[in-house]
Design a protein around this ligand. Sequence first.
Ligand code: 13P
Length: 254
Amino acid sequence: MARRMLIAGNWKMNGLQAARDEAGRLVEALGGRAPDDADVLICPPATLLADMARDLDGSGLLVGGQDCHAEARGAHTGDVSAEMAADAGASHVIVGHSERRADHGETDEMVREKAAAALRAGLTPVICVGETLADRDAGRAEEIVSAQIRGSTPGSVDAAGLVIAYEPVWAIGTGRTASSADIAAMHAAARAALAAVKGADAGAAVRILYGGSVKPDNAAAILAIDGVDGALVGGASLAAADFHAIIAARPRPG
Ligand code: 13P
């Protein structure tokens, strides 16, 4: 099944008001519009979400949140609900990023509730999974990631409405990337786990992104790997020139 590429930038806790200009430079580099054959998503910090949604209105570029609370509203000081992100103009929200799993003790169950909240609010959840180096060294990478997918994916959802991001924890921010063979094997395992949870058609429809030190110089090779439907880019999404080079490195349909 041909799946449309999604190139997503996760700005993490980076970006003051001036960073909005960087998104403007990206739109310029793209010739004023998102490409016809791929989706481009920027997930800025929550403080910039509404402004950037307005800035990018009409460009075809999408904006997303980096996390959401499982509930729509209430006494949860400091949290942002999926409804709030949608209200600010988001189309997507990242849930279960390994930094949130590590820094905030998020479990698969919590991530599943956040993904369900995203769907409730009309957002597409980008559900992150990935093994640690210890998991990989123990030969458990596929088992861990498959279990994360089973545990973090809401049951009742049209599979086209969600995205998975496979991000090996040891490749994030380290300059290390998994080998092409390992990426292909992990994406195949992730897709098999999805098919087991959601059925074969759903398994075939979901986009699975790769993340972890995706840069302009390795993007073409990574995006060409069978089963890789795009990238979730951290550091290299902060500079328009680098992110544009990654977008330009995608394989073109046909
Ligand atoms: P880096 O691209 O900086 O390694 O970050 C990857 C990531 O965590 C994206 O969500």
